[in-house]
Design a protein around this ligand. Structure first.
Ligand code: KG4
Ligand code: ZN
Length: 344
């Protein structure tokens, strides 16, 4: 008794950058109290990808419902919330705007600080909902829109040491899946098929220049599409499971090899994996095998925290809030936002 008790910190996070309307409330940066996600995948499926106008319309319809549900789950009122964190970018501009405007309206109405969050910072901070971060660390970000290696020397400080020069890993998965007539999003289907086949088809690996941590997946994607078309022209069929296995092997080979090199060069304590493709079983087991010597700690969030959600935005928001990062009511959506802008 009598010792100094720090007040709990409550952050409400909002995420609407793509096709998930999400609101979450977290306590003290690490504890999920509410995490509500309304997915639109079913609405976009028949178009084979996300249709921006449809995404915006769904966000408008869902945002207040999801917000109320999150407050109900957490059983708290706005009076107890310390700050409102929202994804300001990158993403689809019309989709981002719904979250940004909801956040601004709430911040104004309840007189709360507004904290802008970078979507990828959110994906990385999903890992802090699993375990405490140890610096320096490296994050392998693999999602539908991004493939990046991010070095962090401390909380809230992001240095992109490598990124894709064309397609993101998830984008390549989705396009290859489409070629194989698999439903959107194709990543999980390719992953499943890959485990039924053998990597017998020779596909390229883009290593790029010596020493580069950048990635490129468009050549691999084209090679898969050409393989399918050439076989069709010859009247032959290729076993889709073998093609999936060969494609997956190529993606994983490049991701794991470059990540291992960066982990060694930068001497990090932790390797965090983030983004929707972190759900990939082949990638998970390849990383687990590569880093099984225990020299560094490998952290991969559970599936529900790998794909888009607002708990990760609140987790990153908690750190940015403590760093003093604030937005005012002129906050806008920035579709091409740079993750390094809040580094100090
Ligand atoms: O992070 P995310 O939910 O959204 C973005 O911010 O992009 O990632 C979605 C991506 C999709 O491309 C999806 O196909 C991919 O993650 N994905 C997977 C798997 N599960 C989801 N890719 C490969 N294997 C999986 N098991
Ligand atoms: Zn995402």
């Amino acid at each position: 008794m009598g010792e100094f008790m720090k007040k709990d910190q409550w952050i409400l996070g909002i995420e609407t950058s793509c096709d998930e309307t999400a609101v979450a409330i977290i306590k003290n940066g690490r504890e999920i109290v509410a995490n509500v996600v309304a997915s639109q995948i079913e609405s976009h499926k028949r178009f084979g990808g996300v249709v921006p106008e449809i995404a915006s319309r769904h966000h408008v319809e869902q945002i207040t419902i999801v917000m109320e549900e999150a407050l109900k789950q957490a059983n708290i009122t706005f009076a107890e919330i310390d700050a409102i964190a929202v994804t300001e970018g990158p993403g689809l501009v019309g989709a981002l705007l719904i979250g940004v405007n909801a956040a601004k309206a709430l911040a104004f109405a309840h007189n709360k600080p507004l904290v802008p969050v970078h979507h990828i910072a959110g994906h990385i901070y999903a890992n802090r909902l699993v375990t405490e971060l140890k610096f320096p660390l490296l994050a392998l970000v693999v999602s539908g829109g991004h493939t990046e290696l991010v070095y962090m020397k401390e909380h809230g400080h992001f240095e992109v040491i490598g990124e894709t020069r064309d397609d993101a890993a998830g984008e390549a998965y989705d396009k290859v899946a489409r070629t194989l007539n698999l439903p959107y999003p194709g990543g999980p289907h390719i992953d499943r098929l890959a485990h039924e086949g053998c990597p017998v088809i020779d596909l390229p690996r883009a290593w790029l220049e010596e020493g580069s941590y950048d990635f490129s997946f468009s050549g691999l994607k084209s090679a898969v599409i050409n393989t399918v078309h050439n076989a069709a022209q010859r009247g032959e069929t290729i076993a889709p499971e073998d093609l999936a296995a060969s494609f997956q092997e190529s993606v994983i080979d490049v991701l794991v090899t470059k990540t291992k090199k960066a982990v060694e060069e930068y001497g990090v304590k932790q390797l965090l994996v983030a983004g929707g493709v972190a759900a990939n079983k082949g990638l998970r087991s390849a990383l687990e095998k590569t880093f099984s010597d225990g020299k560094i700690e490998l952290v991969i969030p559970p599936l529900s925290l790998c794909t888009d959600n607002a708990a990760m935005i609140a987790a990153a928001g908690s750190v940015m809030f403590e760093k003093g990062i604030r937005a005012d009511l002129s906050l806008n959506a920035i579709p091409g936002l740079d993750i390094e802008i809040y580094n100090t």
